[in-house]
Design a protein around this ligand. Sequence first.
Ligand code: SAH
Ligand code: SF4
Length: 342
Amino acid sequence: MFIYDLDQSSLGQLLRSWGEPAYRARQIWQGLYQHFYNSPSQFSNLPKSLRDKMATELDFIGIEPIRYLDSSDKQTRKTLFKLNDGHVIEAVLMRYDRRRTLCISSQAGCAMGCVFCATGQMGFKRHLSSGEIVAQVMYYARMLHGEEQTVTNIVVMGMGEPFHNYDNTMAAIDRLNDSEGFNFGARRFTISTVGLVPMIKRFADEKRQVNLAISLHAADDDLRVSMLPVNKKYNTEEVLEACRYYVAQTGRRITFEWALINGVNDTPEQARKLAARLKGLLCHVNAIPLNPTKGYKGQATTRERGIKFKEPLEQAGIPCTIRMRRGVDIAAGCGQLAGSFL
Ligand code: SAH
Ligand code: SF4
């Protein structure tokens, strides 16, 4: 059993079944999530017999870091992890200003097939367990701890579609959020979805404090379906309707993501359509010049076209930022994670 797959109560149950007193579960929980221990031998406050039992009964590795790459400016690190069944995933640390943002994966591969995304191009391998999601965070938290730093933000924007693996993703967030453990504030998480409407509604009903981002990328069905095949199932209007529902239910601002592709979705017409559709909604547009991937020929927008794209949005009172690309030299940018380490 993988240690990070256990929540506090199932760890308690397991320890009870081993005949251990309740406080042992608390000690282990704190060791894992407050001291970042990742091997039974580090739990020096536990009797040797219990440490031995943990070593034989529990898996402390689960995801094994096998390679990493640092960007040339050293601000971005991408790590490749091997899962128990041989599949690989990637997670990225971005250091800018005082932020230490982790971008983590929710699946090995992705079933959604977005044409410009390297993860989509590789197809779906499998869902990650909650522990495999948690372990990516603990790996980097441990590394930063050694540098007297901490994780400040977590974005579920790596490989995979988190709303396709909803329960495990939310269980991972809840585990990291536990105030007696890692205690990572819900508001410092952002989860990004390609637009799985029923799950957006469920997320809204659960009134979670986690930030929500929606990969929109196009302002009408004709264009959106050519980029995101999932738009056949949930069209643009249905996605936007679910977004309005989310904002109404939670009072929280929603982020729309837009990979700017030269001559495709960076036209004044798309910008005007987008502004008209979003007008009045509590939202923000996060645009990012397309990152290159092997399977897609489109090019990133130019700076001038990016600036023009913002104009109609800002006139309609919709904030729009054009983000800097990060980690592109190590293929760690948005949509570039495919476990291939070029
Ligand atoms: N599956 C989720 C989260 C992972 S992708 C989703 O799609 O929202 C994180 C973001 O990167 C998404 O907005 C996605 O559309 C975007 N993206 C994918 N490929 C990209 C590329 N080549 N360049 C820029 N952004 C890309
Ligand atoms: Fe999957 Fe998101 Fe990539 Fe689309 S953009 S293929 S949903 S990871």
